[in-house]
Design a protein around this ligand. Sequence first.
Ligand SMILES: CSCCC(=O)C(=O)COP(=O)(O)O
Ligand SMILES: [Mg+2]
Length: 227
Amino acid sequence: MIKAIVTDIEGTITRISFVKEILFPYAVKHLEHFVRTHQQREDVRAQIHAVRNELDNPDASIDEVIAALLGWIKADKKVTPLKQLQGYIWQSGYEEGDFTGHLYPDAYEFLCAQKANDVALYVYSSGSVKAQQLLFAHSDFGDIRHLFSDYFDTRVGAKQQPLSYQAILAQLPYPPEKILFLSDVVAELDAAKAAGMKTLQLWRDAQPQSEHHPVIENFNQFEASKL
Ligand SMILES: CSCCC(=O)C(=O)COP(=O)(O)O
Ligand SMILES: [Mg+2]
């Protein structure tokens, strides 16, 4: 029996177009002003330093840093300092009511039902923990942060690396075979499976479909016995 679920966000419980057509454009629009205005803030300064490390150029100007960040958004690169900065930028969008965090209704019902059934819920997304918590605090269904026991982002490693799942498993009080990882991306499911976790693909937006993991199109099709 499954004791815990670790879920991806984009493409699994949240519509891909919410991230690509609302969140990313908002970050593009506000990034330059945000970075220039807040570059002396300690947490922002740390991320700018991390961008310079990624560029292997400790002397990169603020213009070069901003250009790199915008290029990474365009290419949907899951670079940790970009994802951390996006979290800071999206905060004002959520707080000013420009958007709410999209959740598929079937995903919301599924998460509530699992939690009520004493299955512990965790999140692992390329979006930063701050971005995850913002989305859940301002979701279409209100503040749902109470559902989740903990949150993980790319600071544990990239989502296509088995080592990242091992790092998460080291922090959870359950054996790997009692933990189900949910994602829309086959390479992420492969990495979780290599770490010993059970896996399930959400196949909602015609992404490549897995041949090696169970697949459902939405959570109404979820059957724990088929895992
Ligand atoms: C936490 S919402 C922002 C999602 C995001 O920035 C992203 O890159 C989505 O990645 P995921 O691992 O959730 O597919
Ligand atoms: Mg995803």
